[in-house]
Design a binder for this molecule. Structure first.
Ligand code: UD1
Length: 416
């Protein structure tokens, strides 16, 4: 297992280019199952979750290639079984359920199970697919799904689930008649998937709003598509620049999709400007703590909560962070405290009191965004920080060390 070593306290200066979005690329890759013909995707980040998905697509009967940041997927004879060995390592595997049911009328997909940030059930995916005519049985850790041709339906989600909306978009694209999804997720990655499906010939309107309409079509074709840039990666590097007191330019920054984040950063005292698709970022005087609540898009993203918390650790005053999406997404708190942070937890709320400095120490990464927050803390801390179990980071940040080293960070990988 690898660990990441960081010699902190150096201001980062220069340009960091944002990679393609992991959370957009994953559903789009599962959407490829529906194509009759070859799909060519560009701007796909080279990450472990992407390789896992390509392995799963191969098992499901697709031919795939991955060169540079380009992926091709050619579905051949699709089979309906997603085995536990792959699904257990990546929860997003459950996104093959919708496409398999739409295409084959059957699916056997391992239940993803729990993960570090909470129970994360898939009940909303299943009950919505049931309204389209699917029937499910859970047996020996697998979801067995079956249907005749899926039928369009009027579905109102109890909660605007991102994965649930994506599974339903893919299922409804090939269903008979019209499907209306109400209270659907408005995340930019959902919009990217809908645009991709439309490029294959689907008839989807309303993506980006809470009511999406899908007119089922009889088949979808191959296409070429460029994956959107990663808003969470962009946000993480913005914080990296600010927390070290440097000045960074974030290239290919999806500024619009980061509204809730830039709003909070400005409230904290960060200077941000948009210019030609880049974000220019630096501190604007002293940073101050602010209150924030994570919410579905367009609210503040849970995937940026840990990074903002780290920044608040070094701000003046107190900030209160309420985590409303996942019940157990404060695993980074104890590790930040080991570096000298002052954070009190009460249920889903964290009270962060700013301290003048953090001091490097070995810390343990628990999930993807928690790991990112520990790297940020290490960049700002005095002395050496070692982030253990960085395989989490490899799931979500392309070339992390190279990108940080490129703007002056002293960071390297060692065997644990
Ligand atoms: C996606 C993102 C993840 C992000 C999250 C919220 C991907 C691959 N992952 O995850 O990075 O943090 O959106 O923005 O895109 N829920 C249920 N039942 C369900 C589905 C969800 O109770 O059937 C609950 C979950 O437990 C969670 C909340 O709803 O508490 C949000 O989940 P959801 O929006 O579905 O997130 P994911 O698609 O899993």
């Amino acid at each position: 297992m690898d660990k990441l070593c960081i010699e902190g306290g150096r201001a980062l200066n220069g340009t960091i280019t944002v990679s393609g979005s992991k959370n957009a690329a994953l559903p789009i890759l599962f959407g490829c199952i529906l194509a009759q013909g070859t799909v060519r995707l560009s701007n796909v980040p080279r990450l472990r979750d992407i390789s896992t998905t390509l392995k799963l697509l191969e098992i499901l009967g697709c031919r795939t290639t991955f060169e540079g940041n380009e992926v091709t997927v050619r579905p051949e004879k699709i089979v309906p079984e997603a085995p536990y060995e792959l699904v257990k390592t990546m929860r997003a595997s459950v996104l093959c359920l919708g496409p398999l049911l739409a295409l084959l009328g059957q699916a056997k997909v391992s239940l993803p199970g729990g993960c570090a940030i909470g129970a994360r059930p898939v009940n909303l995916h299943l009950s919505a697919l049931e309204l389209m005519g699917a029937e499910f049985e859970l047996d020996s850790g697998y979801i067995y799904g079956r249907c005749d041709k899926l039928k369009g339906a009027h579905i109102t989600f109890d909660f605007p689930t991102v994965g649930g909306t994506e599974n339903l978009l893919m299922a409804a694209a090939l269903a008979q008649g019209e499907t209306v999804l109400e209270n659907s997720a408005r995340e930019p990655e959902v919009v990217d998937l809908a645009n991709f499906l439309n490029a294959m010939g689907a008839k989807i309107t309303g993506q980006g709003t809470s009511i999406i309409r899908i007119q089922g079509v009889s088949s979808l074709t191959g296409t070429d598509y460029r994956v959107m840039p990663d808003r969470i990666e962009a946000g993480t590097y913005i914080v990296a620049g600010v927390i070290t007191g440097g000045e960074v330019v974030i290239q290919d920054c999806p500024f619009q999709e980061l509204d809730a984040v830039t709003y909070k950063l400005r409230e904290m005292g960060v200077w941000l400007e948009e210019k030609d698709g880049c974000a220019l970022v630096k501190r604007h005087g002293e940073l101050v703590g602010v209150d924030l609540v994570t919410q579905p898009f367009p609210g503040f993203p849970t995937d940026m909560q840990a990074q903002l918390m780290t920044l608040m650790c070094l701000a003046k005053g107190t900030g209160v962070i309420e985590e409303k999406i996942f019940e157990n997404r404060f695993m980074h708190v104890q590790e930040l405290v080991r570096l000298g942070a002052d954070i009190r937890l009460k249920g889903r709320t964290a009270v962060v009191r700013g301290v003048p400095k953090l001091v490097g120490a070995p810390v343990m990464a628990s999930d993807l965004r928690a790991s990112a927050s520990l790297v940020l803390a290490g960049l700002a801390a005095q002395g050496k920080t070692e982030v253990l179990r960085i395989y989490h980071l490899d799931r979500g940040y392309e070339n992390l060390e190279a990108k940080l080293a490129g703007v002056g960070a002293r960071v390297w990988r060692e065997k644990e």
